[in-house]
Ligand binder design. Structure first.
Ligand SMILES: NC(=O)c1ccc[n+]([C@@H]2O[C@H](COP(=O)([O-])OP(=O)(O)OC[C@H]3O[C@@H](n4cnc5c(N)ncnc54)[C@H](O)[C@@H]3O)[C@@H](O)[C@H]2O)c1
Length: 249
């Protein structure tokens, strides 16, 4: 993994860090000697990860669908006055729901997690970023481009994340704060492997990607590191597709 020395000792906030890609992101920033604050609803997994990494990885249980919990968490992690170097909006859910089966509550709950929390985290965190030294990275998905059936709500939240990124980059740009989206391809997280990735799916992935090797959470974490670092200072308002060249159809 490359060393981004500008991230050393920086305060980093990561949502949904207890599992999957979020865990890889927490580990990646921790390996850069950053100070990583991460939240999740899965307290058992979050505490286990924090326990393993030690004092530079601080876990808090937060339900991101609750505005008050987000406000409280950001207040708590910024109380020392140390600026926030980067925010990674990662937590999201990806349920399969047909149009007929989807209730207003299903729709609203998904938007609350996958999109409203991105906005709330950005609103609470941006004031604590120093001018010229802040980055927001929003996780979207290749699914927005592939647009499979029975994922209309999820795809809509990810399209929302792309739009949110583009306008916020314009708004925060004058302060030198950059905002970008990372859209992962199909990533071999524990949950994906357990729930969806059959041998047939692996064959489909290998056929669809330009480079057939399956993607791991660490591959996405390294893109996130780059976008948090000054190494990507020329890049804002962009969507980076980290999908090994999936042929979109
Ligand atoms: N895994 C993939 O193949 C893939 C592909 C494209 C995009 N993504 C995106 O990457 C991001 C991470 O996905 P993942 O596969 O690692 O997911 P995951 O389900 O493995 O982990 C998501 C984490 O978010 C947490 N979370 C969910 N709702 C929450 C809430 N309301 N409050 C607090 N925490 C909550 C979960 O507890 C979990 O720990 C998401 O934005 C997802 O849409 C994933």
């Amino acid at each position: 993994m490359p060393a981004y020395t500008d991230l050393r000792d920086g305060s980093i906030l990561v949502t949904g860090g207890a599992n999957g890609i979020g865990t890889a992101i927490v580990r990646a920033f921790h390996a850069q000697d950053a100070l990583v604050y991460f939240c999740d609803m899965d307290a058992a997994a979050g505490e286990a990860l924090a326990g393993e990494l030690g004092e530079r990885a601080v876990f808090t249980r937060v339900n991101l669908t609750r505005e008050a919990e987000i406000v409280r968490w950001v207040k708590q992690v910024t109380k020392t006055g140390k600026p926030v170097r980067a925010l990674v909006n990662n937590a999201a859910r990806d349920p399969r729901m047909t149009l007929e089966s989807m209730s207003v509550k299903d729709w609203d709950d998904l938007f609350a997690t996958n999109l409203r929390a991105y906005f709330l985290m950005a609103r609470e965190t941006a004031p604590h970023m120093a001018d010229g030294a802040g980055a927001i990275i929003n996780l979207a998905s290749i699914t927005f481009h592939i647009a499979p059936a029975e994922m209309s709500a999820y795809v809509a939240t990810k399209g929302g994340a792309l739009g949110f990124t583009r306008s916020l980059a314009r708004e925060l740009g004058p302060r030198g704060i950059r905002v970008n989206t990372v859209s992962p391809g199909w990533i071999m997280t524990e949950r994906q492997l357990k729930e969806f990735v059959t041998p047939a799916v692996k064959r489909l992935i290998r056929r669809s990607q330009c480079v057939p090797a399956l993607l791991r959470p660490e591959d996405i974490a390294e893109v996130v590191l780059f976008l948090a670092s000054d190494a990507s200072r020329a890049i804002t308002g962009q969507e980076i597709l980290a999908d090994r060249g999936w042929a979109h159809s």
